[in-house]
Design a binder for this molecule. Structure first.
Ligand SMILES: Cc1ncc(COP(=O)(O)O)c(C=O)c1O
Length: 406
């Protein structure tokens, strides 16, 4: 067949797929000679490779038949039990039965979208929000509509106004997608009272909540200084909680999970059956063995110190080198800060020039913003570069923006 004929066979869903704006920048961003504030990935130095190797050996020695076999669709039960035990400490009420393993939380988002959204349905999202979720909603031909986010949480007046207006216009508004802790891309977090108010507002507005929490354990504060209790602990019957080991252990393992009300889990299980039967039993078994033999809490404490140090280095260098007309968020956890440029500068059009002149890269903010003008924003991560490179990169970027401001 000609390419054109094959293209004409594409489904309506496939025609709606969004190419990833970030992956499209890969040739610029993955050049090893470029200092990168762009990659949205954890630092590879933090992967516990030796301990995971030992766990893999234990699994293959002790349970090869089980670990190399298909499993039930919800996934390897001993890992689900450990996950439920950990999330219970953070206030979630579900047990292992109310937990389904997914191939990363990205698959969890896709699964939830298939189960909850029809083409044209509105899903409310924060402004800005995670591009990967927007790609998933686009693949369902759902309609993301933005709700403003402020320092502490979602703007609930705006949320109510948007829902009321859309419903009056006849739209079906089913769900709210939110990243309450150390958000990608803004680095912002909701405090406890903001979470209480949001949980209440979502119930009053009959919105089902998709709570995406891959960074929740990466707080920079002392234990207890930040309220990381999930929304799901406040409204268990109307929240699907998405968790992931990608940012805390190993992104390449592709292990995430969903916890939610039993009636939803049963439908997710059917959806996942048709997708991939079950996620990898082998990686789940390795992870479970790792959790059984290693001090995962100590590993997480180490990660928090690691990323807190990087954040302080980068933000200190930004304060020293960036022009005063730029502003940025001060994240209390996670991997990102969100920078606002002065009026008139466009982060996307400036990027190629910036890379060519300074050998430094960031991610333009536009693709994270579903409504309003996203051109003045950019996302920077402190996860990838070494401390001296963070300082040098901030110095170069600062000089570049000073030149552009003129
Ligand atoms: C907010 C958010 N959700 C989901 C994901 C996907 O994570 P996973 O590796 O678990 O699929 C990411 C990855 O960057 C993310 O930032």
């Amino acid at each position: 067949m000609h390419d054109g004929t094959v293209t004409s066979l594409f489904s309506a869903d496939a025609r709606a797929f969004l190419p990833s704006a970030i992956r499209a920048l890969a040739p610029l961003l993955n050049d090893p000679s470029v200092l990168s504030f762009a990659a949205g990935v954890p630092n590879a130095e933090t992967f516990p490779a030796r301990a995971l190797g030992e766990a893999a050996e234990r699994v293959l020695a002790s349970m090869p038949a089980r670990a190399l076999q298909y499993d039930v669709t919800r996934g390897f039960l001993p890992l689900r039990e450990r996950i439920a035990e950990r999330t219970a400490r953070r206030g979630l009420s579900g047990d292992a039965t109310d937990t389904i393993l997914t191939t990363g939380s990205q698959q969890g988002l896709d699964l939830l979208s298939r189960v909850l959204l029809d083409p044209g349905d509105v899903v409310l999202v924060e402004v800005p929000t995670y591009v990967g979720a927007l790609a998933t909603f686009a693949a369902r031909r759902a309609r993301p509509v933005g709700v403003r986010r402020n320092e502490d949480g979602l703007d609930l007046e705006h949320l109510t106004e948007v829902v009321t207006r859309l419903r009056a216009e006849g739209s079906i508004v089913k769900a709210l997608y939110t990243i309450p802790n150390f958000q990608n891309p803004s680095g912002l977090s909701m405090n406890g009272p903001a979470k209480d108010r949001l949980a209440l507002a979502a119930e009053e507005l009959s919105l089902f909540v998709l709570e995406d929490d891959p960074y929740g354990e990466l707080s920079f504060g002392d234990a207890g200084a930040y309220d990381a209790t999930p929304l799901a602990s406040r409204s268990p019957s109307s929240v699907a909680y998405l968790g992931s080991f990608s940012k805390t252990l190993a992104a390449g393992f592709r292990v995430g999970w969903i916890q939610g009300p039993p009636v939803l889990l049963a439908r997710l299980e059917l959806g996942k059956q048709s997708m991939d039967l079950c996620s990898s039993t082998f990686t789940a078994a390795i992870l479970e063995s790792y959790l059984a033999h290693e001090d995962y809490d100590a590993h997480i404490d180490g990660l928090r110190d690691f990323y807190r140090g990087r954040k302080e280095t980068l933000l200190g260098a930004m304060a020293a080198h960036f022009p005063p007309s730029l502003s940025w968020t001060d994240p209390k956890g996670g991997l990102f800060t969100w920078v606002t440029l002065p009026e008139g500068l466009d982060a996307r059009t400036l990027l190629p020039k910036c890379v060519a002149e300074t050998r430094t890269a960031y991610v333009p903010g536009e693709s994270f913003v579903v409504e309003g003008d996203g051109r003045r924003f950019l996302r920077m991560t402190f996860a990838k570069e070494s401390p001296p490179n963070l300082v040098e990169g901030a110095r170069r970027l600062g000089a570049f923006f000073r030149g552009e401001i003129g």
